[in-house]
Design a protein around this ligand. Sequence first.
Ligand SMILES: NC(=O)c1ccc[n+]([C@@H]2O[C@H](COP(=O)([O-])OP(=O)(O)OC[C@H]3O[C@@H](n4cnc5c(N)ncnc54)[C@H](O)[C@@H]3O)[C@@H](O)[C@H]2O)c1
Length: 438
Amino acid sequence: MHRAKIAILGTGYVGTANAVGFAELGYDVIGFDTDARRIAGLRLGIPPYREEGLGEPLARHLRNGRLTFVTDLAAAVEDAAFIIIAVGTPSRPDGSADLSHLDAAVESLRQIATDRPKIVVLRSTVPAGTSDRIAAQLPAHYQLLFCPEFLREGSAVWDFLHPDSTIVGAESDHAAGAYAGLVRSLNAPVMVTGRRDAELIKGGANAFLALKISFANEIANLCGTLNADALNVLQGIGADRRIGEAYLEPGIGFGGPCFEKDVQSLEHVARNSGSPSHLLQATLRVNDAQPRKVVDILEEELGDLRGAHIGVWGLAFKAGTDDLRSSLALRILDDLHARGATATAYDPAIESAELPGRTSIARSAMEAAHADALLVLTEWPEFCDVDPSVLAARLRRRIVVDGRNVLDGERFARCGLRYRGVGRSAVPDSDGAAAVGA
Ligand SMILES: NC(=O)c1ccc[n+]([C@@H]2O[C@H](COP(=O)([O-])OP(=O)(O)OC[C@H]3O[C@@H](n4cnc5c(N)ncnc54)[C@H](O)[C@@H]3O)[C@@H](O)[C@H]2O)c1
């Protein structure tokens, strides 16, 4: 069988999942990164981050030779028919996307270009118009596609192998057909469109998911005020197939490396193009305010946060990853510090990190619970398995504020804990007092 060679530039979350994913599909893949330490680790089969389902296929394809990792770009792309670019595109302070890594990658590709035609596939998330600009910088015999990546951290390889669709942004039928052929065995519908449309599909999709989260948080805040149960309300709303239940989850807001930066980037593009998006601005405003709500609840419960010591469960922006990029837990720790509290945090995926307010890191959930009150900031399943009576014996003020609505409030209340969720209705505790949502 002919195995098309694929070079991947950037072996971060997306690049490594793509490298392993394409190897799973039977292709020979070469990963390249400017970070030599990352490449050294990958060569030894060490995933650069915590990710379910990555370690085993990585090791297997290193052994069978389908996957290699190099620090020499020319060697990586020499025999490659496809060059996938998956470098980071973080936010600038004004909300625009910082494309400096992408520009550097394209410039280095240009410098080593040979006469052999290549298909370059941009998978980094970029503002509309970027692919056309990049295409103009590449040699004429290189064809550029923009094929957005929709995987989620925590299930990255599975998502790569089971996409809902493959979007191919192309200006050439030949290149579009070649990429569609490359991913044929994924059995996902392929939509071929212009590059600019594909860029807006990715930006619009992330903006819509972020909008759903901000909407859920506004409804939850209203439920808290009206003493209704946001989980019931949002479940009922999501049961309508026209709406769908996904991402209608109230909590501390959306953090992580994608939603906030991608909404900011689309909002920046809209503003600069003369048609500002009020909806995107509101989505970001609601999200900016949401992390403070859980600290407000804590302050309401404790009376005053000055001098209080708070146990924090969860630092990563979501369960299943050790990614701290734009994690709202960090902003909440900042806020706790600003209001005069200290904190000890526990996250099953994070052993060490520099945290705001000199927050210390505990080695277990129970160690972090030697505190006045507990704040839950990441939805790790293991937090739901904790025995609330053991927790009640540790927490001095017996207050639990569940920023992710993952704990069983009634069970906690039965053990004498005062449980507060986000937008959750009253749960009487064992002393008959009401534990209420925000
Ligand atoms: N993380 C996600 O869940 C996710 C999902 C979909 C799309 N995306 C998008 O994919 C892109 C990559 O995201 P990520 O989370 O994988 O980023 P990342 O920071 O984890 O990885 C980027 C990698 O690119 C490398 N790099 C930087 N400059 C380079 C160069 N010139 N040549 C080769 N490698 C270079 C870095 O060393 C790093 O290893 C971003 O545009 C992001 O928005 C991310």
